[in-house]
Design a protein around this ligand. Structure first.
Ligand code: PLP
Length: 367
């Protein structure tokens, strides 16, 4: 089976984890600090604050920006559910808006129409590793006095106009097992704001700067040194890994571009894509689910990210703090999207097989 994701945990990761085990210090310590420094440097920001997962990164970002009850937060309806869950957990209201079919990210027109006097933040999700249109979002947020909380869980190292994502507001990243950088569980918040960074560090550690001196009502959002030790060696070779993903995406595009049954993913101007997923839209009479089944029969895994916009689930549609705008594009994309393997572990034979399997699935030989 050609899998949809792959983690490369080489001897360098084993060595790194062993050094933590041998040190006897399992919780947040020097490895976390090392990861924070390296990650901040990759994102070109002053601070990175590690936390225990990507959802926590979002919750912590909202909390330190004082977003909570009475505030509205604009979120694309087509995203992983964590984006909305984190905002709801703070007591804020989530306003779901449509996406753009060209990049699967928030539709900036829909975003501007969704602003009310209660809007406190916009949450662009850099979905599949492709940055949202920060060239429109950043000046709009500035003009309207809105915070930007970037959901960059899938977009480590992606950039807009030469600037890495995570530096356009408060950046939230995940190190979940299938992400481009994986710890199993882990997350990190990036910011250029010294005060926001300080508040994040205090919030993450039960509201303490000094032990047992509680300054605010905090929580335990800490990352373990074990998790940081898993990520650090991956970060050191991340540039090459992303180059492999890019090369894989180029090969898939070459092998699939002549199929009118598929709309292939594109990279918008001024953006670099880190190809967390290679997501096509199935325009054939064959349904997306049928294509996925036929690929599986041929040994090729694929993924449906995501099957429905959030407001199509009862728990969000009926939620008193969720407002859903009409999302015709998200509806259409959700019913036709399919992600093909693009990860750095693929060989050129794998890529040829993926493309051949897609072709056979869409155009079965007549018997
Ligand atoms: C993975 C992911 C998250 C949440 O990260 P976890 O580490 O799983 O909590 C949030 N948003 C998006 C878009 C994600 O893909």
């Amino acid at each position: 089976m050609i899998e949809i994701s792959d983690v490369l945990l080489g001897p360098d990761v084993e060595e790194s984890v062993l050094s933590v085990l041998r040190s006897g210090r399992l919780t947040q310590g020097p490895k976390v600090s090392e990861l924070e420094a390296a990650f901040a440097s990759m994102c070109g920001v002053r601070h990175a604050v590690a936390v225990n997962n990507g959802t926590t990164a979002l919750v912590a970002a909202f909390r330190v920006l004082d977003i909570g009850p009475g505030d509205e937060v604009i979120v694309p309806a087509f995203t992983f559910v964590a984006t909305a869950n984190a905002a709801l957990e703070t007591g804020a209201t989530v306003r779901l808006v449509d996406i753009d079919s060209s990049d699967f990210c928030i539709d900036t027109g829909a975003m501007s129409e969704a602003v009310t006097s209660r809007t406190a933040a916009v949450v662009p999700v850099h979905l599949f590793g492709h940055p949202a249109d920060l060239g429109k979002i950043a000046p709009f947020a500035e003009e309207q006095g809105l915070r930007i909380v970037e959901d960059a869980a899938q977009a480590h190292g992606a950039s807009f106009a030469g600037r890495p994502v995570g530096g356009f507001g408060t950046g939230c990243f995940s190190f979940y097992a299938t992400k481009n950088l994986a710890a199993g569980e882990g997350g990190i918040v990036t910011t250029d704001d010294d005060e926001v960074a300080e508040r994040l560090r205090v919030l993450r550690n039960q509201g303490m700067r000094v032990r047992y001196e509680y300054e605010v009502v905090g929580n335990n959002y800490r990352m373990t040194d074990l998790a940081a030790a898993v990520v650090l060696p991956q970060l050191a070779r991340y540039c090459q890994q992303v180059e492999r993903r890019r090369a894989n995406a180029r090969v898939l595009a070459e092998l699939l571009h002549d199929l009118p049954e598929l709309a292939l993913p594109t990279v918008a101007a001024e953006r670099t894509h880190v190809w967390h997923q290679y997501t096509v839209r199935v325009l054939a009479s064959l349904s997306r689910d049928e294509l996925a089944d036929r690929l599986r029969e041929q040994g090729v895994a694929s993924g449906v990210y995501y099957p429905k916009p959030l407001q199509q689930y009862d728990c969000y549609r009926e939620h008193p703090r969720v407002i859903a705008d009409p999302t015709p594009t998200a509806d259409a994309v959700a019913s036709t999207c399919l992600s093909l393997p693009v990860h750095a572990g693929l060989t050129s034979t794998d890529l040829t097989e993926i493309a051949a399997a897609v072709r056979r699935a869409l155009r079965p030989p007549r018997t």
